[in-house]
Design a protein around this ligand. Structure first.
Ligand code: ADE
Length: 229
């Protein structure tokens, strides 16, 4: 059971992914409790303003600390668990499978999604938040990044997937990419399933899969092999 709070300017972005498939089932089964809170509800301005021009000049707008702090303090007392507070930002540490595993062991996550131009630095320092980036590209806001983290974390919760083994065999679980998979039919448009997979020789199949994993990783993600040592 994990509780995830999201502070966002666009709560509706989360509606559809949270109502489908594994995430829906996790919520229905009580593995995941999720609460979306609109930061704009905590604006003290008549126009529900939550951002302003950066001191020192420069383009874009920056999230003001006031509404985020007020929203955060409201969210904090919705549950007694302290959990971890995470700010989604391209300036953060890069999210990966190891981080997903780490976060899936928490009782509570508080994710703060902001506009891409950034947050007033006092939000990070004042709330003691860690920053996470989902990759080296810039999104319009942290919402989809928060959604990516939710998705990757929830599938790791015990009981979230139908088949208990599926998460263990995932790509990255051993630091390698997954081997190629095939299902019926045996021949599709002239393309055959590798003979070895039909052989019933489990040791040979395991060896072939390992070889394929290494080959793919070498070709597509040599950085993973270096990390693995
Ligand atoms: N907000 C904008 N871009 C982002 C990224 N790459 N990761 C996390 N949050 C973001």
């Amino acid at each position: 059971m994990i509780r995830i709070d999201v502070l966002t300017l666009f709560p509706h972005v989360f509606d559809s992914p949270l109502s489908c498939s594994i995430l829906k089932r996790a919520r229905d089964n009580g593995l995941l409790e999720i609460a979306l809170t609109d930061v704009r509800d905590f604006s003290t301005d008549n126009y529900r303003k939550v951002d302003d021009k950066p001191y020192g000049g420069g383009p874009g707008m920056v999230m003001m600390p006031g509404p985020v702090f007020d929203c955060y303090e409201h969210v904090r007392q919705l549950s007694p668990e302290k959990g971890r507070t995470i700010l989604l930002s391209p300036q953060g540490q890069k999210f990966d499978q190891a981080k997903a595993v780490e976060l899936s062991r928490e009782k509570r996550l508080i994710l703060i999604a902001g506009k891409y131009e950034g947050f007033d630095e006092r939000i990070r320092t004042g709330l003691g938040a860690e920053q996470i980036s989902i990759g080296d590209y810039v999104l319009n806001g942290g919402e989809l990044a928060a959604m990516v983290i939710i998705d990757a974390v929830v599938r790791l919760l015990p009981g979230a997937l139908g088949d208990e083994d599926s998460a263990k065999n995932d790509s990255f679980s051993e630091g390698l990419l997954e081997y190629p998979q095939y299902t019926r039919p045996e021949v599709f448009r002239g393309m055959k399933v590798p003979e070895i997979l039909l052989s019933g020789d489990h040791a040979k199949i395991a060896e072939w899969r390992k070889q394929q994993s290494l080959e793919r990783t070498k070709n597509n993600r040599p950085d993973l092999l270096r990390k693995r040592g």
